[in-house]
Design a protein around this ligand. Sequence first.
Ligand code: NDP
Length: 481
Amino acid sequence: MLKLQNYINGQLVPPAAGRYLDNIEPATGQVYSLLPDSNTQDVAAAVAAAEAALPAWRALPAEERGRLLVRISELIERELEPLAQAESKDNGKPVSLARTVDIPRAASNFAFFGTAAQHFASETHFQEGVALNYTVRHPLGVVGCISPWNLPLYLFTWKIAPALAVGCCVVAKPSEITPHTAFLLSELCIEAGLPAGVLNIVHGAGPGTGQAIIEHPAIKAISFTGGTKTGEHIARTAAPMFKKLSLELGGKNPNLIFADCDLTEAVNISIRSSFANQGQICLCGSRIFIERSIYEPFKAAFLERVAGLTVGDPLEAGSRQGALVSEAHLLKVLSYIELAHEEGGTLLAGGKRVHLEGRCANGFFLEPTVFEGLTPECRVNKEEIFGPVVTLTPFDTEEEAITWANGTDYGLAATIWTRDLNRAHRVAHALHSGIVWINTWLHRDLRTPFGGMKNSGVGREGGLEALRFFTEPQSITLKLG
Ligand code: NDP
């Protein structure tokens, strides 16, 4: 059986204690590889390697660092198919999604930040005849990057690339549930000639390996994407050590569908925003509020499209819905379906585990599920489910829709469907969401700030925000004359 290895000081190495964890394929429920169960000793070795590599890496011109990152991007593009297959197998997502979204985006992350760092400028404030003030942005040093399982290589590289681009060295941990593409990335970094110790990838579980990273005194910042509870724990641990923190956390995103929208487009994209990656994207819209006059036509068209979503082996081309990432997660999502019944919801579609034949007989599959008749205040409409479960709710006024949309502890993303420009902007400004899409969903430009309000996070990633996060501004004043 394949044994993944840590990537420390430029080499693939086994975990210090020799312990491994099982890696399960969600579509089959079978263990198919082993990953290091790294401990504080492994993390300490990774930090030591990063500290040793730091002086030379930060001294390298941004253009040369960028060239290496672009080289990694090219290697990811070259390996698109094997990486997509690996991501699909590890996570349960349809291979078509990995091929068109996850892996191309991982390549873009390296290309984007590799070049962005060359255009990164700091401010100068000139006081005529008195003083010249300027800001230098120094790389923070050694930083920690911790990512979740839903978009494994996509989110892992979204953190690592900007950190490396500005001259930081990185100790990174992918989710123990989806470690495979991070391991393949280590091999590509070696091939690209990334200097030893600049990037270190340490595999293992959150409470062991992750905890050792967030507690390590030499790690100056933590860039974390994951659940809100874990984010809270990380903040409690790292904040007293004065580590810089970027936390991208959970969401409970609303879709607001107004009567004047392009109904066909609103239905088509809402299907994607509800069920892409089996609903396991932090940006998925799980609460769909529809203006009453088009509630029934929207519902009919939406349910017709849901019926066409084939649940099947993620490695097969025709599968639109793959497996959920783990049995534990499947059981969590099923418990929310149970709760939706208890809270008085009417099941319109799905609601049950799917048992496939053959290779996938023991996989973690679930029907795409739709409820109506739930109040906006019930738990199903307030708590993050993070699966293929959405609710439909009619609204009567714009104010009502905004109040309900804002009525959770989260504030990550929202989608508005309307042809009325004034309303689109008015509603967007009133929503407590870090990201608002008007007549689209998951349209990403890597230059824009990405992140959530309220319990959806602290700080922003993307573009200049990420480059600023991984640097420490120093203000220097020269008195003139
Ligand atoms: P978790 O919070 O469970 O885990 C995220 C990462 O943190 C994993 O690598 C995990 O390790 C690690 N971790 C767990 N405990 C600790 C600890 N004590 N110290 C350090 N690291 C730790 O999230 P999931 O992996 O379950 O991901 C799903 C969540 O991520 C959802 O809530 C989703 O909304 C959110 N998310 C947010 C996004 C955003 O941009 N806002 C984007 C994507 C997802 P391990 O799992 O290996 O044990």
